[in-house]
Structures are given as structure tokens and as C-alpha cells.
Design a binder for this molecule. Structure first.
Ligand SMILES: NC(=O)c1ccc[n+]([C@@H]2O[C@H](COP(=O)([O-])OP(=O)(O)OC[C@H]3O[C@@H](n4cnc5c(N)ncnc54)[C@H](O)[C@@H]3O)[C@@H](O)[C@H]2O)c1
Length: 328
């Protein structure tokens, strides 16, 4: 099969590219490198430096040959930035996806997999764990932009028969266990790499936002899902999308508190993590855990890196072997 991967130079996209190659597929990457790295795309994979805001350039890539599917990762995805620059986020994520989806329809693409997010579930009445039937009420312009794209895909299916899978990931983490790719966001906002960097003495003490939540140890609980398990879900879901579009939540199903992440990094690295308590961040829910029963039952998927230490271990190995990330 031949797949186009947008955002394939980014964290999740680069791991999905590896999984597709491992499964024997042909892959082409489109990325504007605004966030991702050319070095994250394996040698020999055709690469187009294109901004999805440019419809003509996007369409020109899709015009090159036939595609068995498109996987769309490219986006801006820092929730806090979207609260500061809501219109930029809404415009950027919506218009880039709209261009891509319209171009897919124009060129006869039949399948699209879209990176949606747990940030869709921002309302106060969140069930626990969160299944696909939970009410969507985004708590940020970032989450809202992703929901707008899910609606675009709904109409692309209704009117043009473009089948899609909306995969709502919880917290992607870890790194390729063969060391071929890892996480390098600048600035980094994700807890596991920040905690590892604090343990390695590469940054000052970790700030722990909120220690008085109604959770087992007072810190927030999140669902960390290994990026390779997310990648495996994409490969399985591509086989699954046939006569209908699907939506799946992707999470580990186990919640780990911020303090448990710190303890895991200390266990796995053998080093102390310097940290200090900071006030709660506005809008941070105490507990967010996925119910991925539907994905499991319909595709046979199950996380291979289910416990937090195995996730932290791969992330730690990559950060130790790439002290300056990609490209240095
Ligand atoms: N990382 C997570 O925990 C997480 C959780 C839920 C959902 N998601 C979603 O998964 C996707 C991938 O996340 P990630 O962490 O790999 O992000 P990332 O920032 O590492 O990768 C995004 C990639 O898209 C590219 N890109 C951005 N705007 C573009 C544009 N206009 N044209 C072409 N390329 C563009 C960037 O250069 C980058 O390589 C995103 O859509 C994100 O919203 C991520």
C-alpha cells in the first residue's frame, strides 16, 4: 500500500512512518518543518517540504500517483498557546485540514486517518474512563479546532464517500524502542520528557502544577500511551476503514499521577528528580483516562508498553542518546 503522511517529521507522525515501513508499506511524507525535523524522516522516504495552507502545493503532492490512504498529523497542538492565540490556532488547524481533505476528494483518496485528541472532552461532566460516547465539549481552541476537523470529515464522508478514522489520543509518550525516533518538542511541554530532563540535570526543578487535587496523591492523573502503541493502532485502523468511518479513543486505560511519573523516572533512571509544587493551572482537570474498549474489540489492538516504567524507559534511552534532540 502507498500512504501519504502529513506531519511525518513530528513526534507521532515519525513513529507512524516507521510502523508503516515495518509493515511493508510505501510512505511519502509532507511536512513544512515548522516544528518537526527532516532528520526524523527515515532515509529513502520521499519528502515534500510543503505547507498545508498552500492548497496548490498540497494538491500537487496528491496528484503524484495513487494513494491507498492519507494520515494527517500536521497541526499546532500546544493547548496553552491556543488559549493565548485562539484565532491563529483555529485558522491554522482548520484551514490546513480543510485544504488536505478537499485535495483528497479531488484526487480520489478513499481513506484518511486523523489525529484527534482527548482535548475534545473538556466539559465538567466527564465520565471516567472516557469512551467515544462521552459528550464533546472542548476546553480550548486547540480542542475546538480538532472537533471542527472531525465535522469536516463527517461531511466529506456523507457527500463524497471519503472514509475516515478519527483517533482521539490521550497523552502520547515514549520513543521507538529501537532508538530510531523520539520526542523533541521545542519548547517541551510534555511531562515525561520534562521530568527526564530534570533528572538528567538538563533543566531546573520540575514545576508540579497542583498538589491538592481530589486524586490518590493530590496530583493530576493522566493516561500515557506509548507512541509505538499509537502507531500500531494506525496500522490496524487502516485495514479497518472500509465501508464506514470510525472514531476511537486511544489510551492505555491506566491513569498515572504526576507524582507517579516522577517516581517512575527516579526508578528507571536511578536519579532523583528535583521538583517543586506550583499552583494549579486553570482548566487542568484532575483525572483524564481513556476507555479504548471499542478500538480493542474492533481491531484486536492492545498496548504493548502498558506500564509507566516501560514508557519512561524508552523515552529516557532516546533522550540520553540524543542530548540535543534531532539535527545536532
Ligand atoms: N503528542 C500528543 O500527546 C498528542 C495527543 C493528542 C493528539 N495529538 C495530535 O497528534 C498530531 C501529532 O502530534 P505531535 O506531538 O507529533 O506533534 P508535532 O508538533 O511533533 O508534529 C506536527 C508536525 O506537523 C508539522 N506541521 C505543522 N503545521 C504544518 C503545516 N501547516 N503544514 C505542514 N506541516 C505542518 C510540523 O512541522 C510537525 O512536524 C497532532 O495533530 C496533535 O494535535 C498529539
Amino acid at each position: 500500500m502507498r500512504y501519504l503522511v502529513t506531519g511525518g517529521a513530528g513526534f507521532v507522525g515519525s513513529h507512524v512512518v516507521l510502523a508503516l515501513l515495518d509493515a511493508g508499506h510505501d510512505v511519502v511524507v509532507l511536512d513544512n518543518l515548522s516544528i518537526g525535523y527532516r532528520e526524523a524522516v527515515p532515509a529513502g522516504v520521499p519528502f515534500h517540504k510543503v505547507d498545508l495552507l498552500d492548497y496548490a502545493a498540497t494538491s500537487a503532492v496528491l496528484a503524484q500517483g495513487t494513494w491507498d490512504g492519507v494520515l494527517h498529523f500536521a497541526a499546532l497542538s500546544v493547548v496553552g498557546d491556543s488559549m493565548r492565540e485562539p484565532f491563529h490556532y483555529l485558522r491554522q488547524n482548520y484551514l490546513t485540514a480543510l485544504n488536505l481533505v478537499q485535495s483528497c476528494v479531488e484526487h480520489g483518496v478513499r481513506k484518511l486517518v486523523f489525529s484527534s485528541t482527548a482535548a475534545l472532552f473538556g466539559g465538567p461532566e466527564r465520565p471516567d474512563p472516557i469512551s467515544e460516547t462521552a459528550s464533546v465539549l472542548p476546553g480550548s481552541p486547540y480542542g475546538e479546532s480538532k472537533f471542527m476537523i472531525e465535522r469536516v470529515l463527517h461531511w466529506a464522508d456523507e457527500i463524497h464517500g471519503l472514509r475516515s478514522a478519527c483517533l482521539r489520543y490521550f497523552n502520547a509518550a515514549g520513543a521507538d524502542h529501537q532508538g530510531r525516533a523520539g520526542e523533541d518538542h521545542r519548547p517541551e511541554t510534555h511531562l515525561i520528557p520534562l521530568t527526564i530532563d530534570a533528572a538528567l540535570g538538563r533543566r531546573p526543578a520540575l514545576r508540579l502544577f497542583g498538589t491538592d487535587y481530589p486524586t490518590r496523591d493530590g496530583s493530576c492523573v493522566r493516561d500515557y500511551i506509548h507512541v509505538t502503541d499509537i502507531a500500531d493502532a494506525h496500522v490496524r485502523v487502516l485495514d479497518r476503514i472500509g465501508d464506514r468511518s470510525v472514531t476511537y479513543n486511544i489510551g492505555n486505560g491506566q491513569g498515572y499521577s504526576n507524582l507517579e511519573v516522577i517516581q517512575s523516572v527516579e526508578r528507571v533512571s536511578g536519579r532523583k528528580v528535583p521538583w517543586e509544587a506550583a499552583p494549579r493551572r486553570e482548566g487542568d482537570p484532575p483525572h483524564l483516562v481513556a476507555d479504548s474498549t471499542l478500538l480493542r474489540s474492533e481491531t484486536g489492538w492492545a498496548p504493548r508498553f502498558a506500564d509507566i516504567d516501560s514508557i519512561v524507559e524508552t523515552a529516557l534511552r532516546w533522550r540520553e542518546s540524543h542530548p540535543h534532540g534531532y539535527g545536532v
